[in-house]
Design a protein around this ligand. Structure first.
Ligand code: ADP
Ligand code: MG
Length: 399
């Protein structure tokens, strides 16, 4: 991992203005914030900077206003929720650039916090317009990026600003980068990857990248069906991308060449209808799936064997559930493998990093999220990182 500066590298910042990019793209219902996770993620960075006596200007986007002001997407709507989490009064500034921001900075005392308006009200944000970034930079002394979830976008407040001011990773960004580095950057070997979910087509780049990086690739979920079908297995009515047979086979070929063992389920849970606890539910060998059945989960003996693979590994990176976990009992394989990974992590033999919208939901459902070494809630940025892509927001911090 290329080196980046953290808040530990800051000198005396008393009275200095920190421009801090955070994730305040909060879920709302009836005008109220319904989940404060993202606010809590940035709280340590804000506390660190205010304790050091800096004036903190928070920068964030909210929704997709496409370069125009919109009253329903104003960050003024989240000020109360942020105040509650950080336990401090916050000034709202209805601009991101210009004299109003400068005047507000003049009013702020050392250790005070302000939220600037939704950066995406200005076209320059998503266009990464250097003039816009320069105008923002004029009101600050240094830049802190604490929004890993926005780091896959090269926008003015995720990338441009980092080139104009001394730039630092915030605590949340730092934790994410350290966890991701431990999982795929410079991991302790052997490394296992679990990739599941619905479709191969949505994770082609992830699979292609992982086979050259990991020792064991465990494929589950709907995408396993595509690999099984490519090998000539009749998967019945299962979700399957038959047109991707060649792609699946070439991924397996690349894995063989790179010394990566690919694990596909040899035993599966099937049923004729997709419903909770259906009467036609049964467990069988992958070669015994009937034409009118669909594969909805990995079978229990196969999951146990996968758990044994994890026991030989020191590092695990996980994206995608092993089955249709939202519907019982097709959550069984995901829950069982997650519990094994959690136990190995607690024992200290495994570093486990997971991410992805449904994956986080599945691990919460399994009740093991807090036992994993790190769970990324970054969505798109996490997947692009799993694809081996350089994230512009991270690259800009590393220079
Ligand atoms: P993530 O959001 O963690 O990246 P995905 O969106 O790729 O994960 O995949 C999650 C979805 O895959 C879930 O809705 C789950 O029901 C579905 N899925 C997993 N296994 C199967 C299967 N065998 N058949 C159909 N759908 C499946
Ligand atoms: Mg998903």
């Amino acid at each position: 991992m290329s080196a980046f500066k953290t808040l530990d590298d800051l000198g005396d910042v008393t009275g200095k203005v920190a421009l801090v990019r955070v994730d305040l793209n909060l879920p709302m219902k009836d005008g109220l914030v319904t989940d404060e996770t993202r606010i809590r993620a940035s709280a340590p960075t804000i506390a660190d900077l205010t304790a050091k006596g800096a004036k903190v200007l928070l920068l964030a986007h909210f929704g997709r206003p496409k370069g125009e002001r919109s009253s329903t997407q104003s960050l003024s709507l989240v000020v109360g929720a942020v105040e509650k989490v950080i336990g401090q009064e916050i000034m709202f500034v209805p601009e991101v650039v210009g004299p109003v921001v400068a005047q507000s900075v003049g009013i702020l005392g050392n250790g005070d916090v302000a939220i600037l308006e939704n950066t995406r009200f200005w076209k320059g944000e998503e266009a990464n317009d250097p003039e816009f970034a320069k105008a923002i930079a004029e009101n600050g002394d240094f830049f802190v990026n604490d929004a890993f979830s926005a780091a896959h976008r090269a926008h003015a407040t995720t990338e441009g600003l980092a080139k104009l001011l001394p730039a630092y990773a915030g605590r949340s960004m730092q934790a994410e980068l350290e966890a991701l580095d431990a999982a795929l950057g410079t991991p302790v070997k052997p490394v296992a990857a679990v990739v599941g979910g619905a479709k191969v087509s949505s994770k082609l780049d992830v699979l292609t990248h992982l086979v050259s990086q990991v020792d064991h690739l465990i494929i589950g979920g709907g995408m396993a069906n595509t690999f099984l079908a490519a090998k000539g297995v009749d998967v019945g009515k299962s979700l399957c991308e038959h047109d991707l047979a060649d792609t699946a086979n070439s991924i397996i070929e690349t894995a063989d060449k790179s010394g990566c063992t690919v694990h596909l389920p040899y035993e599966v849970v099937v049923s004729k209808e997709f419903a909770a606890n259906p009467p036609s539910l049964r467990t069988c060998n992958v070669h015994e799936v009937a034409a009118d059945e669909m594969i909805l989960d990995v079978g229990p003996s196969a999951v146990e064997a996968l758990g044994d693979v994890l026991k030989t590994c020191r590092t695990l990176v996980w994206n995608g559930p092993m089955g249709a976990f939202e519907t019982e009992p097709f959550d069984a394989a995901t829950v069982s493998l997650a519990k094994t990974a959690a136990a190995l992590t607690r024992e200290g033999s495994l570093t486990s990093v997971a991410g992805g919208g449904d994956t986080v939901a599945a691990l919460n459902h399994a009740g093991v999220a807090q036992d994993f070494s790190y769970i990324s809630t970054a969505g798109g940025a996490f997947l692009e990182w799993m694809e081996g892509k350089e994230l512009p927001g991270v690259a800009a911090l590393s220079n």
